[in-house]
Design a protein around this ligand. Structure first.
Ligand code: DX5
Ligand code: ZN
Length: 217
């Protein structure tokens, strides 16, 4: 499986998203990472459903929605016909995860669960890991771009890969936060499949976006 890179538009130019997104439109094995923050689950506030629907109209890049919200079900419901490639929400919120995933199983190609740096993977029941398509390991505290990579994410990737082998789990491992050329290599060496990067890509000049993406692989 080719490594997927998922550039986060959190670091892009919100006053000219078309221009930033079209710069990477034809890159292969690419997702577009959309960080939805509600000001409750995380202190920061970004954008929501109307903006995601507008973005869907201006690009063919598969959309990767990362919900940092206390009420993900509202977003799952509202986006269920929007042909989202992957939608991820946080394990830490108070919800019946089995019921939630079962309810939307047929509306989404891929459903992910995410864990904050302080959440132990051991606290996720194995039968839940069997139901999801992606596990997003946060390598920074969710809420802000431009933070430094927290190395405990590497142990989590390691642990997940062992669990995958032992239990024949199909989920892909995504890492998000502080990804650059060096931390990307550490994650890939441990067996990550999918890397989210904001500042490392959109923090550079437009003509460098593609090279930045390739150096991460
Ligand atoms: C943080 C977001 C990340 C963020 C990553 O809460 O989930 O996706 O955009 O930004 P960088 O790559 O700058 O750490
Ligand atoms: Zn994210």
């Amino acid at each position: 499986m080719q490594t997927i890179i998922s550039p986060s538009i959190l670091a892009a130019d919100f006053t000219n998203l078309i221009s930033d997104i079209s710069e990477i439109e034809d890159v292969k094995d690419l997702w577009l990472h959309l960080d939805v923050m509600d000001g409750h689950f995380v202190p920061n506030l970004t954008f929501g459903i109307p903006v995601i629907k507008q973005i869907k109209k201006i690009t063919n890049i598969p959309l990767d929605v990362h919900l940092m919200v206390t009420n993900p079900e509202f977003h799952f419901e509202a986006l269920k016909d929007s042909e989202i490639e992957n939608i991820t929400y946080h394990f830490e919120i108070n919800c019946d995860h089995h019921a939630m995933i079962k309810k939307y199983r047929n509306n989404y190609k891929s459903i992910g669960l995410s864990v904050k740096p302080s959440t132990d993977l051991e606290s996720i029941p194995l039968d839940l890991l069997k139901e999801i398509d992606l596990l997003l390991v946060m390598s920074v505290e969710p809420g802000f771009g431009g933070q430094s990579f927290m190395p405990n994410a590497l142990d989590k990737i390691d642990y997940l890969n062992k669990l995958k082998k032992e239990n024949n789990l199909k989920l892909q491992i995504q890492v998000d936060g502080g990804i650059n050329q060096d931390t990307a290599k550490l994650c890939l060496d441990k067996g990550a499949h999918n890397l989210v990067a904001g500042s490392y890509i959109f923090g550079k000049a437009k003509d460098q976006y593609k090279t930045q993406i390739e150096t991460l692989r």
